[in-house]
Design a protein around this ligand. Sequence first.
Ligand SMILES: C[S@@+](CC[C@H](N)C(=O)[O-])C[C@H]1O[C@@H](n2cnc3c(N)ncnc32)[C@H](O)[C@@H]1O
Length: 294
Amino acid sequence: MDRDLTRDEFQRFHDLIYRLAGIHYPAEKIELLSNRIRKRLRGSRSDSYDAYLHKLQLPGEAAELQSFLDSITTNETYFFRCQRHWDFFRQWLEQRAASSRRKEPLRIWSAAASTGAEAYTIAIVLQQVLGTGFGGTPVEVFGTDLSSHVLDEARRATFRPYALSQTPKDVVQRFFTHSDKDEYVFDRTLAKCVTFQRHNLMEPLAGQRPFEFVFLRNVMIYFDTQSRERVLGHVLQVTTPGAHLIVGESESLLNVKHGFHYLKPSIFVRQPAPGAAPGAGTGAGAATAAKPAR
Ligand SMILES: C[S@@+](CC[C@H](N)C(=O)[O-])C[C@H]1O[C@@H](n2cnc3c(N)ncnc32)[C@H](O)[C@@H]1O
């Protein structure tokens, strides 16, 4: 197949992708989507876009459907992406560590984790603030993504130099081993606090105890308002009262209905339970009165 999708074909693939993953491909991305699907056409030996679309909907084609989803997602990520977010997280963690809750189990969700740079950055900051063994605090970092392919990469915990381009040199030296293939292998002991699981944000996250902190960054740019509201509803269901949510810097929640309160740009907080002790569960946000959602 050496041509791009026609408008009609584009629309049919668009609708399937939207229905499965909530991702909205704008019409101007027709060339990008065509290129991505063409690779799968070759991989699955399909001779037309329509034949491939039909195949994707057959029972028994679950593996190809997953490869398709892997191929249409954008997985850009790197360690310490958006320094302002990490400064906030560090400050929140320091306050938690100084509070009476310091020994309570701490659960953090890296939603749309891609190849794991975000989840492992969380682990690095946890160790920097809490110390080796997290000072006795039981810690779990949970990373999820729609794409199985990136999760396989995440579990390898081995990164190309690009992923560390924003990471201070001393942190690279402390937490990575440089291999002779020019790959950086993340600290195997620290990696143990991180687990990965496939999850589609369009579905509720089942079987998980609630999280105190959620990173949901740089994925909602691919969703329309309806999908964003759906995702944020699912996220709210698995957070503790007072939990924090960080979204991507460019992801405004203006005109998006959700149950969090605006704290500062791209940082949100779920209201503490009525009657909770002052500051309980709000960490760094406790100093600033939460404003209504925006
Ligand atoms: C650009 S990466 C962001 C990675 C990381 N959060 C960051 O900010 O560096 C977006 C990720 O969202 C994932 N994604 C897209 N749609 C999704 C969905 N419906 N459910 C779960 N993950 C999804 C993609 O597979 C991709 O790995």
